[in-house]
Design a binder for this molecule. Sequence first.
Ligand SMILES: Nc1ncnc2c1ncn2[C@@H]1O[C@H](COP(=O)(O)OS(=O)(=O)O)[C@@H](OP(=O)(O)O)[C@H]1O
Ligand SMILES: [Mg+2]
Length: 744
Amino acid sequence: MPLFSASLATRLPLAFWVQSRSNNFTRNYAGNSFFLFFDSKRSLGLTKPINFSLSKCNQTRVCSPMEGQMVVTAPETEEYSKELEVAVRAVQMACLLCQRVQENLITKTNGQVHSKDDNSPVTIADWSVQATVSWVLAESFGSENIAIVAEEDVQALLKANAAGLLEAVVNTVNNCLVEAPQFGFKTPLMSLGTLDVLEAISRCNSTGGPVGRFWVLDPVDGTLGFVRGDQYAIALALIKDGEVVLGVLGCPNYPMRKEWLSYHNRYHRIISKLSPPMSESWERGCVFYARRGSGKAWMQPIHHGEENLLWPNNARQIQVSSIDDPALATFCEPVEKANSSHSFTAGLAHSVGLRNQPLRVYSMVKYAAIGRGHAEVFMKFARAGYKEKIWDHAAGVVIIQEAGGVVTDAGGHPLDFSKGEAAGRVFSSLCSTASQIKMSGYFENGDRDQVLLVAQIAWNIWKSRNNFVFNKTKVNPQHTITSFLHAEMECLKAFELARVQMDNLANQEDLSTWRAPNKGRFKANCDAAIPASELIRSIAAIVLRNWKGKIVDDLAKSVHVGTSIGGELHAIRAACEMLICLGLEEVEVESDSQQAIHLTSLSLATRPDPSGSTQAQPKPSKHKAQNQNQNSHQGSGGGGGNDNGVGGFWGPGGGFNIPGMGSGWGPGVGGGYGAGYGGPYKGYSKGGVVRPSMVCKDKGPCYKKKLTCPAKCFTSYSHSGKNYGSGGGGGGCTMDCQKCLAYC
Ligand SMILES: Nc1ncnc2c1ncn2[C@@H]1O[C@H](COP(=O)(O)OS(=O)(=O)O)[C@@H](OP(=O)(O)O)[C@H]1O
Ligand SMILES: [Mg+2]
C-alpha cells in the first residue's frame, strides 16, 4: 500500500496541509477517522496506533490549578531547554513590541505601511522585531554562535528617503529593550544606535541549508493581518541539520474564545469592552511553543504585566483536537485567495466530508489553532511557481507535531527545511528536485480532480486501516488493493486525458485563432473530449487568459456525460464556476462547439433578468457566450433539454459557488430551485421556486438566525425551438451570517 501512495504522491502539486492526528490520540477510536497523508507505517493497521494519554503529575512537574493542566519546569538537562526559554522570552518581548505598533497603526493613518519590492506590505514592526530578536539571541548565545535566516533585510531602510523610517525602527527597538529585564534579558548599557540596529537586522542573513544549526525568524507573519488590525504571528524556530528542533509562535491577538478566531479582531475588541472577560482574560494573546521529540506542546499567556516573566509563565499543555468526524471538523486556510486557492480547498474539503465553513485566518495563527485543538485541518495550495518560505512554517510545524498532529505536503512527505541555501532560502514541499519539477508540471496542467481522487483513496485506506485497528473489522487486503488499483487506473486515465486536453487548449497560443478580449477583460476557452473507450465519461478543460493572452488559471475535470455536447456544456459550466470562484466579471467564455454556445446563449437569453427586466440577454455570438453571472453566487436551477438528451445541464443543485460540488458553504447560496426540464421540442418550467434558507451556525451576531433568500432572486422560464427545448428556473442569493442578511 505505501508503494501506491508514494507513486500517487509524486503526482501531487506543490502544496501542503496540516492535520490533527486526532485518531491516534482520542478516546474514541472508532468510526470515521480523518484521512491524512500518512506515513507508510500507519497504513492499513499494520502497526499499532500510538496510544497517548495525558501524563499525570510526577515529581518533575507541578500541577496547575487551571483546568487540571500541568505546568512543567523543564529540567535543565533537557536538550535545547536554554534555547527554548530564550526563544519564548524573546518572542514574548516581540509580541509586546508588535502590540504597540499595531495599536498605533490602527489608530493613526497613512505613511506607516511600506511596500517591498514584491509589493507585499512591511511595517516598522517587521524590522524592529527582527532587530530585537537578533540582538537578544546574540546577547544570549554570542553573536559568533548564531546564524539566523529571517524575512527582512536592510535595503529599504538604507534608501535615501528612508531616514525617518530608520529612525522610527531604532526608537521602537530601544523602547522595547528598555523593558528587556521584565522578560529576563539585560537592557543594553546604552541605547542602540542606528548602526547597531542595522547590524542586528543584517545578522539575519544566513541562508540556512542542510547542515548546521540556524534560527529562522518571521518577525511579523501575516503582515496583511497585522496592518488590518487582525491576526498575525511572530515565529521563531531553531533548525539543526535540516530538522526543526524547537518552535515558538507568538500570537498577540489570539482570541479568548475559539469562535472569535473567525471574526475580525476589531469585533472581539469591542465585545471584550462590552463584556470584560473574567478568568479567561489571559488567553487573549498566547505564545505557543514546543521542543522536538518532547511529545508536548505548550502555550502561555502574553506577558503584559509590570512584573517579571517567570518561566514557564503559567504554561498549559496543548493538544490537537479530538474530533474524528470530518463533518464536525473545521479547516483553516489563508485569508487571501492569492495565497491559496479557496475553490480548490473547498472541493477537496467537500470530497473528504468536511462540511464546516473554512476558518480563514491570517498568518501562522492557523498552526496555533490546530495545535490548540481549535481547528482540525490546515490546507494551503499556493499557485504554481510560488515557493514556500521556511520562516512561514518552521515554528508551526514542530508545535503541531508535538501537539499530536501531522504536517505534510499534499503527497504525504514531510516539509523539507534543508533546502535553504540551495534554493535561495526557500524550501520545496517535495523531497527531491526531480519530483518537484514533475509536480509543478502537473500542477500547471491543472488536473485538480486528480488530487481530489487521491484524497479519496487515501481516505479509504485510512478508513480500512482504522476499521481494522479500532473496530477489529476484517480487512481483505486483496479487496482494498483491487479497489485502490481500480481507482488508480481511473485516475491515470482521467489525468492523461485532462493533460492532453489542457495541452491542446493551452497550445492555441497560435493566437491567429485566439482573439483577445477587450483590454481589462478575461477570456475562458473551454473544451471537452470523450475518449472512444469511455461511454460515459469526458474531460472538460478550461484555460483562462487575460487580454494579453497570458494564462491566468486553468482547470481540467472529468465529467460523467455520454455525448460530446454534454461534455461541451459541462466545460462551459465549469468555466463559469471557475470565473465566479475567481470573482471575475468582465469575462468572455469561448467554446468551439457552436451547438453548446447556442444552447447556453439561448438559455441565458430566455432567462428573465434578475433585476426584473424580461428582455432577452445579450445576443449569442457565434462561438462565444458572455458570462452573465454577475452575482458571483448566483445559482441556476431547472433543466434545459435538447434532442441530444442533455436535460438538466443547469439542473437542480448546481450552485456555482463551489466548482463541481453543487451548493456548499460560503456566503453564496446557489442551486437549482426551478425544477424545469426539457424535451426534444420544448422546455418546460414548473415555475415552483423553492427558496433556500439556512440557520447561521457560527457564534456571533447572527447565531441561530434563519436567513431565507428573497423571492425576487429566483426566476423560472421555458422555451421551445426547433430540435431543442429548454426550461427551468434558477436563481440564488448571498447569505451573510456576519450581517444577518440574505440578498440577491
Ligand atoms: N503568492 C503567494 N502564495 C502563497 N503564499 C504567499 C504568497 N505570497 C506571499 N506568501 C506568504 O504567505 C504568508 C502569509 O500567509 P497567510 O497564510 O497569512 O496568508 S493570508 O494573508 O491569510 O492570505 C506571507 O507571509 P508574510 O509576508 O510574513 O505575511 C508570505 O510569506
Ligand atoms: Mg510570513
